[in-house]
Design a protein around this ligand. Structure first.
Ligand code: NDP
Ligand code: 8X3
Length: 252
């Protein structure tokens, strides 16, 4: 059902977004891909055997999002599936000692960025009477953990936005889903710790995390259900994780 569908993945230069590009491409979809780092996007498309169109985009920049979507070549204008994946954590520590620039980065990307892209894409879906928005939420949107107040709040906002959008789109034929993973080993923790790869490694030490491909597989499955089936929520955890703060680790 994904053959020749146009799938737009934000944040496709790395991790889950890159894996979604590969999974949807392998399923025969046409890929619209964006991120800020175009060199990394080029590396992703070099691995793809799928029709694709890429562009540089910072989802935080509302005017740029509107311009980029309005300027798409006609053959790329009808988006069937939007994967709102672009996102990040910045910092991990007590709120009262936190850096407000970290808060802005997370809220501007994970919440405002997702809203910017959704606002630019969904009206076309409504006018065509079909479409699917798949948001990448997180276990962090369902549970708060120490040091993660703002990231968790941003993902809780994604959860509420997903539910609200589904209500707003009832009767239009447009579906809305969220895929909420637990620990996935990507560049996420390196970004969170501002490039400290050693600290990032400790997040996944002694346990087997999800891979980006595991998440992409779930996203592809969600998008590939028949038109009358709307998967509202998928929570995907590693077997070694039972809750945001409960992780089984063995010494290695
Ligand atoms: P990565 O850091 O590997 O990938 C993040 C992607 O988001 C990159 O492609 C990055 O591209 C893009 N991105 C970040 N900021 C922007 C921006 N302002 N505009 C456009 N693109 C942007 O991490 P993940 O793949 O793990 O993260 C993807 C999503 O999954 C995020 O929403 C994250 O919150 C969520 N998630 C991750 C989990 C994990 O444990 N890894 C678990 C649960 C959810 P570029 O820098 O080139 O712009
Ligand atoms: C990413 C998962 O637990 O590191 O959303 O916040 S976690």
């Amino acid at each position: 059902m994904l053959v020749d569908r146009t799938v737009f993945v934000t944040g496709a230069s790395s991790g889950i977004g890159r894996a979604c590009a590969q999974a949807f491409g392998a399923a025969g979809a046409r890929l619209l891909l964006c991120a800020r780092r175009t060199d990394r996007l080029a590396r992703v498309t070099a691995e793809l055997d799928a029709e694709h169109h890429t562009f540089a985009l910072d989802v935080r920049d509302r005017a740029a999002v509107e311009r980029a979507l309005a300027a798409l070549p006609a053959e790329w204008g009808e988006i069937d599936v939007l994967v709102n994946n672009a996102g990040l954590a910045s910092g991990l520590g007590p709120l009262h000692e936190g850096d407000p620039d970290d808060w802005d980065r997370m809220l501007d990307t994970n919440v405002r960025g997702l809203l910017n892209v959704t606002r630019a894409v969904v009206p076309g879906m409504v006018s065509r009477g079909r479409g699917h928005v798949v948001n990448i939420g997180s276990i962090a949107g369902r549970e708060t953990y120490p040091g993660g107040a703002v990231y968790c709040a941003s993902k809780a906002a994604v959860d509420r936005i997903t539910a609200g959008l589904r209500m707003d789109l009832l009767g239009t034929g447009v579906r809305v889903s969220t895929v909420d993973p637990g620990l996935v080993e990507t560049e996420f923790s390196v970004v969170r710790f501002h490039g400290d790869a050693e600290r990032a490694d400790t997040v996944y030490a002694g346990m087997t995390p999800l891979t980006a491909d595991d998440v992409a597989d779930a996203v592809r499955w969600v998008a590939d259900r028949p038109a009358h089936v709307q998967v509202a929520e998928v929570v995907l955890l590693p077997t070694d994780q039972a809750a945001a703060t409960q992780v089984h680790r063995t010494a290695r």
